[in-house]
Write a protein that binds this ligand. Structure first.
Ligand code: ZN
Length: 192
């Protein structure tokens, strides 16, 4: 695989990472898009947690949203690093980190917890969990399959993503079959 090919697949892999992790943690979304080429054009559209922030399911939602934000750059690393793709990746990585922190702050506000350093602690605790998720061969296969589909289609709705995921052996909430929310998330006082 030449440099050009790696660069072309960088955005599809990044966005597929967001979408596959979202799907596996039960975060819903409207669509995922990825435009190959220079610059960084792609996004997971309309993603959200439809559940209430209470109990175990609520904790899964909190961790799932942060994992979804962090998943893009980690999925890109499946391709290996190429110098010419780093600029675009670094901008996207900063955006994703910022978004993960904003999500954690927003949730802490909803739970009426002081933000202090807790939002950053949540992001720091969830980051390694997100990396670990990519060690699952079904999740990696899902990212590869979705990235390939995005190279052709450029934009896929949630139901189209769901059919690619089913072929890879993944279902909504797949991650929670074998994992529980991490200690930092488990310590959150939930609503209700
Ligand atoms: Zn991203």
């Amino acid at each position: 695989m030449g440099d050009r090919q790696v660069h072309r697949e960088c955005v599809p892999y990044h966005e597929a990472g967001h979408a596959v992790v979202a799907y596996c943690v039960g975060v819903t979304f409207d669509a995922v898009s990825a435009m190959p080429g220079h610059g960084f054009k792609g996004q997971l559209e309309g993603w959200r947690w439809d559940g209430v922030l209470c109990g175990t399911r609520g904790r899964q939602g909190v961790q799932g949203l942060v994992m979804t934000a962090l998943a893009g750059p980690i999925a890109e690393s499946l391709l290996g690093q190429q110098p010419e793709q780093q600029e675009a990746s670094d901008i996207a990585r900063k955006d994703d980190e910022q978004q993960a922190t904003s999500i954690a702050e927003c949730i802490l506000d909803k739970l009426k917890c002081p933000r202090d350093s807790r939002a950053q602690r949540i992001v720091d605790a969830v980051r390694p969990k997100t990396s670990e998720a990519f060690q699952d061969s079904s999740i990696r296969r899902g990212v590869e399959a979705l990235a390939q589909r995005l190279l052709g289609s450029r934009r896929l709705g949630y139901s189209e993503v769901a059919s690619v995921m089913a072929e890879a052996g993944l279902h909504t909430g797949y991650y929670w079959d074998t994992h529980s929310p991490c200690a930092e998330i488990a310590g959150l006082p939930m609503l209700g």
